[in-house]
Design a protein around this ligand. Structure first.
Ligand code: FPP
Length: 249
C-alpha cells in the first residue's frame, strides 16, 4: 500500500481519489480495421482490466466506468448480446479475484433489466464486496445506467418513504439525496476522462459531476494506455479547483 501511495504522490499534490471514465470509441476502433464492432468491445474490455489494475497500483481509490447506458439497448441484438457476454466473463473473473486483488466491485444502474444470470452473478460480487474492507480499491461499473434514470429512481425512493411516513419533504437536502443515488457513500469523481473524441457527458453521473474536472482525448478506448492516465492526472493536478468559491492564495 505504501508503495502504491508513493507512485501517485510522486506526480504532485492532491492526486485524484476518484476517476470516472466514459469508455468510448470501441466501435470506431474496430470499423477502422475492417473488423466487426464486437471486436472493439472485446479489446475495450481488456483495456478496462489494464486501466483498472493501473489505477489501483498508483493509489487511486475509486474508478467508475460507463459500460452500458440506458440507451445502448437500441443497438443490434448481436452487439448487445456480445457486450452482455463480456459482463458475464468480467463478473466470473471478479468472483475469483476480488478478495485476492483487494478490490470491491459495485454495479450502478437499473440491474432489473439484465438477465437473471447476470443479476445473480452481480449479487455474488455484491456479497463478496460487502464483506471486504472499505479501504480496498473501489471498482464501479455502470450497467443499464443513465444519470437521469438514477435521479428519477432516487426521487421515487424518497417520495415513497414520504408517503409511508418515514421521511418528510422538508428533510431533503443534497446530502440525503446523494445517499439515495446508486453512488451512495462514494465521493464525487475528481476527474472524468472521455476518450473517443466526443465532448459531452452523455447522461453519465450528471449529479455527481457538478464540480468534476473534465479531460477529453481523441484516443479511442481500445488504444487507451496507462500513459494516458498519467497525462490526465498531470492535467488534473494543474487545475485550480474552487468549487464555486474564490482562490484566497
Ligand atoms: C462505447 O463505444 C462502448 C460501449 C457502449 C460498450 C463498453 C463496453 C466495454 C468496454 C466492454 C465491456 C465492459 C466490461 C465491464 C466487461 P461505442 O461502441 O459507442 O464506440 P463508437 O462510438 O466508436 O461506436
Amino acid at each position: 500500500m505504501s508503495e502504491q501511495k508513493n507512485l501517485i504522490n510522486a506526480a504532485g499534490p492532491e492526486p485524484p481519489r476518484h476517476i470516472a471514465i466514459i469508455m468510448d470509441g470501441n466501435g470506431r476502433w474496430a470499423t477502422r480495421r475492417g473488423l466487426p464492432r464486437t471486436v472493439g468491445h472485446k479489446v475495450g474490455a481488456e483495456t478496462l482490466r489494464r486501466i483498472q489494475a493501473y489505477c489501483h497500483k498508483i493509489g487511486v481509490r475509486s474508478l467508475t466506468v460507463y459500460a452500458f447506458s440506458t440507451e445502448n439497448w437500441k443497438r443490434s441484438k448481436d452487439e448487445v448480446n456480445f457486450i452482455m457476454g463480456l459482463f458475464r466473463t468480467y463478473l466470473l473473473e471478479a468472483i475469483e479475484s476480488l478478495e485476492r486483488d483487494h478490490v470491491r466491485l459495485r454495479f450502478f444502474g437499473d440491474m432489473s433489466a439484465v438477465s437473471p444470470e447476470l443479476q445473480s452473478l452481480a449479487h455474488q460480487t455484491d456479497e463478496i464486496s460487502e464483506r471486504l474492507p472499505e479501504d480496498y480499491f473501489h471498482a464501479n461499473v455502470c450497467l443499464n445506467y443513465g444519470g437521469r434514470d438514477e435521479i428519477i429512481r432516487a426521487a421515487r425512493r424518497f417520495a415513497s418513504d414520504c408517503a409511508a411516513g418515514k421521511r418528510r419533504p422538508d428533510e431533503l437536502d443534497e446530502n440525503l439525496f446523494a445517499n439515495l443515488l446508486d453512488t451512495a457513500g462514494l465521493p464525487d469523481p475528481d476527474i472524468l476522462i472521455r476518450p473517443g473524441g466526443e465532448l459531452r457527458l452523455s447522461n453519465f453521473l450528471i449529479w455527481q459531476c457538478a464540480y468534476t474536472e473534465f479531460y477529453f482525448t481523441d484516443t479511442l478506448w481500445p488504444d487507451f494506455t496507462e500513459s494516458e492516465i498519467d497525462r490526465a492526472i498531470a492535467a488534473y493536478q494543474k487545475r485550480e479547483r474552487r468549487f464555486g468559491g474564490v482562490n484566497n492564495k
